[in-house]
Design a protein around this ligand. Structure first.
Ligand SMILES: *[C@@H]1O[C@H](CO)[C@@H](O)[C@H](O)[C@H]1NC(C)=O
Ligand SMILES: *[C@@H]1O[C@H](CO)[C@@H](O)[C@H](O)[C@H]1NC(C)=O
Ligand SMILES: [Zn+2]
Length: 677
């Protein structure tokens, strides 16, 4: 392409720069346009090359490409640079020179070598060879997350479909040099320890965390998938990884569980434990660990290592700062930095307070403690986008069990978090499922190396009860996540406090993993307790939204999409009833032996009923399921998004931190590097 075209277009108005960019890219595809050809003439077909000069192979003299497996290249290269000098002045080459630094060492040196294969392609017998598409796709798959991590778009010149070809078309492997080197290394040194089980017990930045999540997804693609449930205030994805033998789908009767870390941005042990757990589950599954395979084959596991990535950033920089401070005391100053989200909202106080609603109704006949709708006034207050994202997530998946990881103490707390007496701040306030919650909390505490025997409170001295405590008895607060799970959905959630230190020294992370690993696994396995089954009609079709009640526990479970349900229960004799509007009730008595390791299967068949559904227990004050189904009547999120978008766009207008690398060299701004352009 002619350099003048570029200059000419550079003079056009800014508004047209995007158009110019597209033109530029089109033109770069044209390998041998003659000089003096401007774009208009080119498209009119007026400037054809006059003399066809036969290009020849030439020595590869680009310093950032000196480890390629070949020594000869040719100009123009695949994107149309005509000389080595032109390559060296281009943004593409500049990117290759800094990409390893920008990505923090991720994808090294694969990404650079892939770039070299386009900017300095292999030449043999005076013919340019193109690199293999399959290699490009593999590199892209494992590296694209690293680009996302720094908010950079996948570079256009690494477009696998445009600049790479298939084996049949005679491609070469651009990473060949790398592999040769690896083989030499493998020969010369003892075989390294199985790298698949290498977990780095260090802290991880948000970009590193997302990168591990994405890498794990790629490595265990048969059993893992990732998705974002929304974004933080500062626009960071709240990234979840899911493990299941059928990732991405709910399977009939397969229970679902979630782990949430880092809700308070400065409580970081849980976040790291979940990052380690993700890698552990993937590796052990691949290595054939039977326990892990059984768990993943029978359970759908969702892990959100960080619910508050913005807070984490704050907390992490606070800790760095405190290193410069006096050894004594800085902990107190930094104790709460980063706890809240970027709007300074405490996420564990930001959920709808359904517990107060239940308390206010408890003297009504037939009051309920399940599927309490979110009151409209809640939406008039300030709802954090992180809270909103988690609420939507909780409602969209039939979770059975959950744990939320915090720090600052060493204990498992269980609902309710809000005291039933407004003036009693340390009052035991049990749910109807107190037995089940105690069992679940003990399951975690007992499997933990030290929690159950830890008899002091961090900073105070009071006996704990075998490492578990009722939330309200510990200290009462409203708007917590575990109360919301219990009163709004079928999910039972506990809160795990992982240690006195909210942001421990890095050396303690490995100890933390050792102490919690067994508990993390055992707790997930506990989702296979109690009973499960399907509520069907006489034709065998599952009934969605049917209620399953347990006598003596005023908290019903409802069936999921295909009529399946799960009811966590302690061992003993239970009387279960299934009901649905328009059907008769059905009742069953079950005996759950203490040693049971699998949920008992209890199905119900309901007959169509001409009579009005049983209204005996219904109360005029109880909202119907219809109210429950309605979520966010004010479309809070849309409003939020609209208000917040301008803010985000302003931030975007400031450009990412690496932008200056590319504009200071003059020339046109490489907007193709921007993801949100
Ligand atoms: C888990 O499922 C996979 C795929 O179906 C199967 O190969 C494996 O043997 C199963 N493992 C166990 C322990 O059930
Ligand atoms: C914890 O205490 C119980 C009962 O006192 C004891 O049986 C158990 O071995 C202790 N565990 C640890 C790890 O010290
Ligand atoms: Zn906390």
């Amino acid at each position: 392409m002619c350099v003048r075209c570029r200059i000419k277009m550079g003079q056009k108005s800014r508004k047209r720069s995007e158009f110019a960019l597209i033109l530029l890219q089109l033109l770069t595809l044209v390998s041998s346009a003659p000089p003096r050809c401007d774009s208009g003439q080119y498209f009119l077909g007026r400037c054809k090359p006059i003399v066809e000069e036969k290009p020849k192979c030439t020595d590869l003299l680009l310093s950032y490409c000196d480890d390629m497996a070949y020594t000869q290249t040719m100009f123009p290269n695949i994107v149309g640079h005509k000389t080595r000098e032109e390559v060296e002045l281009g943004t593409e080459y500049l990117l290759l020179s800094v990409v390893e630094t920008l990505l923090g060492g991720e994808c090294t040196p694969d990404i650079r070598m892939l770039g070299c294969s386009v900017l300095a392609p292999r030449c043999e017998k005076d013919k340019v060879l193109k690199p293999c598409r399959s290699i490009c796709e593999a590199v892209r798959k494992s590296c694209v997350h690293a680009f996302e991590g720094i908010d950079m778009a996948w570079p256009y010149f690494l477009d696998c479909d445009r600049f790479f070809v298939s084996d049949q078309e005679g491609c070469y492997d651009p990473l060949e040099g790398l592999r040769a080197e690896e083989e030499v290394e493998a020969f010369s040194s003892a075989p390294p320890e199985d790298s698949s089980t290498m977990i780095q017990f260090t802290y991880h930045s948000n970009a590193q965390m997302n990168s591990i999540i994405k890498k794990t997804e790629a490595r265990c693609s048969d059993i893992a998938t990732t998705y974002s449930i929304g974004r933080s205030v500062e626009g960071k994805d709240l990234l979840v990884i899911e493990f299941s033998n059928n990732p991405g789908e709910h399977e009939l009767l397969e229970p679902e569980i979630k782990y949430i870390g880092n809700m308070h941005g400065n409580e970081v042990m849980g976040r790291e434990l979940l990052i380690y757990l993700i890698q552990y589950l993937c590796s052990e599954y691949l290595l054939g660990n039977e326990r892990i395979q059984t768990l993943i084959n029978t359970t759908r596991i969702h892990i959100l290592p960080s619910m508050n990535p913005d807070g984490y950033d704050m907390a992490a920089s606070g800790v760095e700062d405190s290193n410069y401070a006096d050894e004594e005391g800085p902990r107190y100053d930094t104790w709460n930095i980063g706890r809240n989200n970027a709007q300074n909202i405490d996420l564990n106080r930001n959920f709808p307070d359904l517990t107060s609603i239940v308390y206010s109704r408890r003297r009504h006949k037939g009051y309920r403690t399940d599927h309490i709708p979110i009151p409209d006034f809640y939406w008039l207050g300030k709802v954090a986008p992180e809270t909103y994202a988690v609420m939507k997530w909780i409602r969209s998946i039939p979770f059975v069990l959950s744990a939320n990881f915090h720090g600052g103490d060493l204990v498992v707390s269980y609902p309710y978090d809000l005291s039933k007496h407004p003036l009693e701040r340390n009052m035991f306030s049990p749910t109807p499922d107190d037995q089940v919650f105690k069992f679940l909390a003990r399951t975690y505490a007992n499997a933990h190396e030290t929690m159950a025997n830890y008899s002091e409170w961090c900073g105070s001295s009071r006996d704990s009860q075998g490492g578990i405590v009722n939330g309200a008895q510990w200290y009462s607060f409203a708007g917590g996540m575990q109360d919301f799970n219990y009163l709004h959905t079928n999910c039972l959630e506990i809160t795990v406090e992982l240690g006195c230190d909210k942001f421990p020294a890095e050396e303690e992370l490995y100890t933390g993993w050792q102490e919690n690993k067994e508990a993390l696994l055992t707790f997930m396995e506990a989702v296979h307790r109690g009973v499960k089954g399907i509520v069907k009609d006489e034709d065998g079709n599952g009934i969605k939204g049917a209620r399953v009640s347990v006598r003596g526990i005023r908290h019903d479970i409802t069936t999921a999409e295909n009529g399946d349900y799960w009811r966590l229960l302690t061992p003993g004799i239970h009387i279960l009833t299934a009901s649905a509007p328009g059907y008769t009730r059905a009742m069953k008595k079950v005996h759950l032996p203490a040693r049971m390791r699998k949920a008992g299967r209890v199905d119900f068949v309901l007959q169509k009923s001409v009579l009005e559904p049983d209204t005996e227990e219904d109360d005029i004050n109880i909202p119907s399921m219809g109210t429950y189904e309605r979520f966010d009547p004010y479309n809070h999120f849309e409003r939020y998004a609209a208000a917040e978008m301008t803010q985000i766009q302003e931030q975007r207008a400031e450009k990412p931190w690496w932008w200056n690398y590319f504009v200071s060299s003059g020339g046109s701004a490489p907007t193709w590097l921007l993801r949100h352009y």
